[in-house]
Design a protein around this ligand. Structure first.
Ligand SMILES: C[S@@+](CC[C@H](N)C(=O)[O-])C[C@H]1O[C@@H](n2cnc3c(N)ncnc32)[C@H](O)[C@@H]1O
Ligand code: SF4
Ligand code: SF4
Ligand code: SF4
Length: 440
């Protein structure tokens, strides 16, 4: 058996089954992978094998906590007894000296008081999918009959808050809500979310989505063969900058936005905390209901199936040449433009799933979101640099808000107005702009 790195599985104990039918959902179509399957619940035998083998596979690594991520489809459709069994099996097989943590990603519509009590008692961290206020959320997140889901999600969130269940929000950035960064951000704050994740959505028509009647044209006149709900690169960049401007004004250290957090880490030279921005990947396989293991949640396709946990130990599949190669390809397949990119440290070419654009020289393999990332880094880079310096000098990153209030630092909008090359850099470093953030 070959060695493997620590890894975290995205578990799909109910496969792609769901009580909602979100227009943009990439996972519902996975039913086609299992055409003869009527019931997608992971059997007790597969569940027990998974929990036993996964815990054993992580036992030798230094991290004390071993994490299980439950997703889908909609995992809460499995019911509470199913999750009680999960906790029981985790206790049974927990290696000495380790602790277990659980996250569950849900649409929130089925969270009642009994669920809340269970989630609280067992310290589950809950991720709730919500795309903003009703007008924006209900545009795509509906039941099969088209009924909106926002009210049900909010009822679930209200209950969780009443029970003191820890939750964060996961919002897809799509063509509609991307145009309203401030409204989305303020809404998420108002409902009590203090940890916000934003995931951009892009689906190519070439992947079999036939609903895009014509190429989608970006504001810059560039044409993309993506679905009408996919956010365009310019729109996603603008969204990130819009949210950043709100956050940096009064919320640093109080509200955690995953993207900003991880960018700050990268500016400080720390390893990426999200695979999209890491140099290599391949440490986040997806486990389907029947024990099939895939290279990644974004690559649940037959050609990326590593095997089945009922036949091959999970550790062996994760140490296989195929999985190593999958992870290294992220770095090795970078096009020239990325290899020579000044902000590669903050991007690393992004997720390979999104690398279907062409570079300025026409080379394939550039990330669709290249323009979004570079726009964000140029906009937020000066402030990121200041925050990184603050943290390095033992001060909290949130001190940046005071520096900006007292005029000792230019705001992001002033920074993005581009000073002259020989002017003092607006980030406050004392260097000339051309020697500091101007190099971006
Ligand atoms: C597939 S769902 C499964 C868990 C649960 N049903 C939920 O909605 O949270 C996991 C996350 O993926 C997001 N998602 C769905 N389709 C997507 C797409 N095409 N691109 C990016 N994210 C997507 C959902 O909004 C949700 O936040
Ligand atoms: S609730 Fe989750 S799994 Fe269900 S359709 Fe929506 S995004 Fe997909
Ligand atoms: S910003 Fe663009 S060119 Fe630079 S590493 Fe990212 S995708 Fe590549
Ligand atoms: S393919 Fe994308 S989502 Fe999957 S592990 Fe790599 S970077 Fe992460």
């Amino acid at each position: 058996m070959t060695e493997h790195l620590p890894f975290q599985v995205m578990g799909k104990p109910i496969g792609p089954r769901c009580n909602l039918d979100c227009t943009y959902c990439y996972y519902l179509e996975k039913e086609n992978l299992y055409p003869d399957t009527k019931r997608f619940n992971m059997s007790d035998a597969v569940l027990e094998t998974y929990i036993r083998d996964y815990l054993a596979s992580q036992a030798g690594f230094p991290a004390r906590e071993i994490r299980f991520n439950w997703q889908g489809g909609e995992p809460t459709m499995l019911g509470l007894d199913y999750f009680r069994r999960i906790v029981e099996l985790q206790r049974k097989y927990l290696p000495r000296g380790k602790t277990v943590a659980n996250t569950i990603q849900t649409n929130g519509t089925l969270i009642d008081d009994a669920w809340c009590a269970f989630l609280k008692d067992n310290d589950f961290l809950v991720g709730v999918s919500i795309d903003g206020p009703p007008r924006l959320h209900d545009r795509f997140r509906t039941y099969r009959n088209g009924r909106p889901s926002h009210d049900a999600v909010m009822a679930g969130i209200k209950r969780m808050k009443a029970h003191g269940v820890e939750f964060n929000t996961l919002s897809v950035v799509n063509r509609e809500n991307a145009a309203h960064p401030k409204e989305v951000y303020r809404f998420l704050k108002d409902i009590g979310s203090t940890y916000l994740q934003f995931i951009p959505i892009v689906e190519r028509t070439a992947d079999g989505h036939s609903l895009a009647p014509a190429p989608q044209i970006d504001e810059d006149g560039v044409s993309y063969d993506v679905t009408p709900w996919s956010v365009l690169p310019r729109g996603y960049g603008d969204f990130l900058c819009g949210v950043f401007d709100e956050w940096i004004r009064e919320d640093v250290g109080r509200v955690f936005v995953q993207f900003f957090d991880l960018q700050l880490g990268l500016w400080m030279g720390a390893p990426a905390t999200m695979c999209w921005f890491a140099e290599t990947c391949g440490q986040g396989p997806a486990l389907e209901h029947n024990g099939d293991l895939y290279a990644c949640d974004h690559y649940v396709y037959p050609e990326y199936r590593l095997g089945n946990i009922m036949e091959t130990p999970i550790a062996e599949m994760m140490g296989s040449d195929a999985q190593w190669q999958f992870g290294l390809d992220k770095r090795d397949a970078l096009p020239g433009q990325c290899r020579n990119c000044d902000i590669r440290f903050a991007c690393n070419g992004g997720c390979p799933k999104h690398r279907f654009a062409r570079t300025k020289d026409g080379e394939p393999g550039l990330n669709y979101y290249c323009r979004s990332t570079s726009r964000f880094v140029k906009h937020a880079g000066p402030a990121m640099k200041v925050m990184a310096d603050l943290v390095r000098s033992g001060r909290p990153a949130s001190d940046i808000m005071e520096l900006r209030r007292t005029g000792r630092l230019a705001g992001p909008s002033a920074a993005s107005a581009r000073p002259g090359r020989n002017d003092r850099c607006p980030c406050g470093s004392g260097l000339k702009y051309k020697h500091c953030c101007g190099r971006l």
